[in-house]
Every structure is written in structure tokens, then in C-alpha cells.
Write a protein that binds this ligand. Structure first.
Ligand SMILES: [Zn+2]
Length: 127
């Protein structure tokens, strides 16, 4: 499980929490009960490679089921995870833009899927 870190403004301390996904609300501060914790940089996103993130996504049944149902929120979550919460690489920005205009770049997603599963044409190009 990934560890997400939050910042409590009242206590001025970092709260670490195991969360299944980053989309669930932050936990209340264990010290003061503040429920408005701010999400801060997660070490999880830097340490993971795209392939790890992709495998995470595939192991998340809720998310993969959402993608099968063409649930745009699942796709948005997918994008978020693929970018590790950071700025998206250009190819994902393009996918996101196309989806925002109502287009459904299934072929491109499928292409990425093959790339990351390592069963496509050779290894993914990660420079
Ligand atoms: Zn607190």
C-alpha cells in the first residue's frame, strides 16, 4: 500500500497514512482531529516507476472495472496515477486533452497498455 503524507496546519506536523488510493479523503489529524489536512508530496510517487504504477492500477479492481465501464473518472484517476501526481509527460497530456474534448483514444490507451505490460514491440522508451 502506498503511503500518503498530509500536513496539519493546526499542529504544524506531517501525518503519514496508508491509503488505498489518493482519491479518498485525507484522514483526520490523529493529534487534534483536524479534518482539513493538506496532501503533501508523496514519496510513493517518486520511487515508483511507470511500470510499477501501471501494475498498481491493474491490481486495483475498482479502477480497472471503472475503465472497462468507460467511466471518465476512472480514466482521470488512471491519468493521475500514471503521472504519479506530477506533471504529465507530453504523451499523457495529449491523451488527457483528447478525453477532455470528449474523444476516446482507446487505441492509444491500448498501445500504452501493451507498452507497459512489456508484451508489445520491445521495451518502453523511458529516457
Ligand atoms: Zn493536528
Amino acid at each position: 500500500m502506498p503511503i500518503y503524507e498530509y500536513w496539519c496546519d493546526s499542529c504544524r506536523r506531517v501525518v503519514s497514512s496508508y491509503r488505498r488510493t489518493s482519491s479518498v479523503p485525507p484522514p483526520p489529524c490523529p493529534r487534534c482531529g483536524n479534518i482539513e489536512l493538506k496532501r503533501i508530496f508523496s514519496t510513493f510517487s517518486v520511487q515508483k516507476t511507470y511500470r510499477d504504477v501501471y501494475e498498481d492500477i491493474l491490481s486495483d479492481r475498482e479502477l480497472t472495472q471503472g475503465m472497462i465501464r468507460d467511466d471518465p473518472r476512472a480514466i482521470a484517476e488512471w491519468n493521475k496515477r500514471m503521472s504519479g501526481g506530477e506533471k504529465s509527460p507530453p504523451e499523457y497530456e495529449e491523451l488527457t486533452e483528447r478525453m477532455e474534448t470528449g474523444e476516446w483514444p482507446v487505441a492509444q490507451i491500448e498501445e500504452k497498455r501493451k507498452e507497459f505490460s512489456g508484451q508489445g514491440k520491445g521495451k518502453p522508451k523511458i529516457d
